[in-house]
Design a protein around this ligand. Structure first.
Ligand SMILES: [Zn+2]
Length: 409
């Protein structure tokens, strides 16, 4: 099993070498070792690369120590190492924001989000902050809701596929997302307290989950808002605006027609992905009558296996890559609207190969962008797998000899 293999990664804390598995299982017993490593080196060491020990951040959250990837070092770890992260060039994070939007802290990440979660008296709460315009190329000092959704999803655990891994269920995503939120803050508030990740439905847990949602809602209203993360099942126009049915959630949510018109314009492609999944991150309040009311929302399209995709052709490609047993990640754009990213990155060739799906043909700006991207990838020495959606899918099986197909240098 891949998970076991990852757990075998060895880590050095002060003068002791332990496996990543032991750290997870004996966290409490190893407190003294964490404390010693913190005093002695200030950090731990990952030994996945025999000749290149890599530092690991020691974090302490609610008195519990854990190890985290060193900022910017993730791609230097072995691909089977639990601290491996994709190369920062396949992410919009650095291009989209100043250093203030996502800040590494002693417990996790401090996130600044444009949409306020508490309203001061007299603040007009009607203008969705996602609409604040920004100059092309300008970095934001706070993320939009979509940027936050991309941050939550980024990485192989959710935005990627590994051959042989069991099909990803909402249960798995829920656990990963909750893990991601631990120790994180959003606009100064604990993300665990302020974000409700809709729990997977189970007959044995339905009551507990319903109570949890009721508690979450009870904390909202007046000046206080909350964030909900789930999957849109159904969108229904009603006399009272738009009703959203969320997967695994009994209570429907309501959005004003004015806000949902904007959402339809901003997230047209994602909302159209009914054969995949439409994940949503939304800011909620409670109306005077007690109904959960949406004040801002972002939508992201995914495959049935929860891999993010920007269009239906990308969904077809992601599924075909998974069927062909390829290992890949989807670069997350965040709020970097102008940055150039491949649609997918294949991690099982060396160097990584890029996948481009050319779906919109004949638009001049698109053709220009396509030529620009192709030149950009080739100059960087990456093999490009292309699919013009007017023709059949290309052969996606892994070139048998690793590196032989890179065709460059
Ligand atoms: Zn490592």
């Amino acid at each position: 099993m891949m998970v076991n293999q990852e757990g075998l990664t060895r880590v050095r804390l002060a003068d002791r070498v332990v496996s990543a598995n032991q750290i997870t299982e004996r966290r409490e017993d190893l407190r003294w070792l964490f404390a010693r490593a913190k005093a002695q080196d200030g950090h731990g060491w990952c030994l996945c690369q025999p000749n290149d020990p890599l530092p690991l951040v020691i974090r302490c959250y609610h008195g519990v120590f854990h190890l985290a990837v060193w900022p910017g070092h993730g791609h230097r770890h072995d691909r089977d190492c639990p601290f491996w992260r994709q190369h920062p060039q396949w992410s919009g994070l650095d291009a989209a924001y100043t250093a203030d939007a996502f800040v590494d802290t002693a417990t996790g990440t401090a996130i600044r989000m444009q949409t306020p979660l508490t309203l001061r008296i007299g603040t007009p709460g009607q203008v969705p902050p996602s609409d604040i315009s920004i100059q092309p190329g300008q970095r934001r000092s706070a993320t939009t809701l979509l940027g936050l959704l991309h941050w939550l999803w980024e990485g192989r655990a959710l935005a990627g596929h590994r051959p042989g891994a069991p099909p990803r269920r909402w249960r798995d995503c829920h656990a990963t997302l909750r893990d991601r939120l631990r120790g994180t803050s959003i606009n100064g508030q604990s993300a665990e307290a302020v974000v409700f990740v809709v729990p997977p439905f189970g007959t044995d847990t339905a009551e507990v989950n319903a109570e949890e949602f009721t508690r979450f809602l009870a904390g909202l209203g007046g000046a206080r808002r909350g964030v909900l993360l789930g999957e849109i099942k159904e969108v229904t126009d009603t006399d009272y605006g738009v009703r959203l049915t969320i997967a695994h959630l009994r209570a429907p949510l309501y959005v004003s027609s004015a806000l949902f018109d904007r959402v339809r314009r901003s997230y047209r492609a994602a909302l159209a992905l009914t054969e995949g999944r439409r994940m949503t991150l939304l800011v909620l309040t409670r109306s005077a009558k007690g109904y959960p009311t949406v004040v801002d929302m972002a939508v992201m399209g995914c495959t049935r296996g929860y891999v993010p995709v920007d269009s239906h052709p990308e969904l077809v490609m992601a599924d075909a890559l998974a069927s062909a047993g390829r290992e890949f990640v989807k670069p997350m754009r965040y709020d970097a609207a102008d940055a150039v990213f491949p649609d997918f990155v294949l991690l099982d060739t060396d160097p990584a190969s890029y996948v481009e799906v050319w779906g919109v043909i004949g638009r001049e700006d698109y053709e220009h962008r396509k030529r620009h991207k192709q030149g950009f990838y080739r100059s960087a020495g990456h093999r490009l797998v292309e699919w013009d959606t007017r023709s059949r899918l290309p052969d996606l099986t892994l070139p048998s000899i690793r590196g032989a197909a890179s065709g460059s240098s």
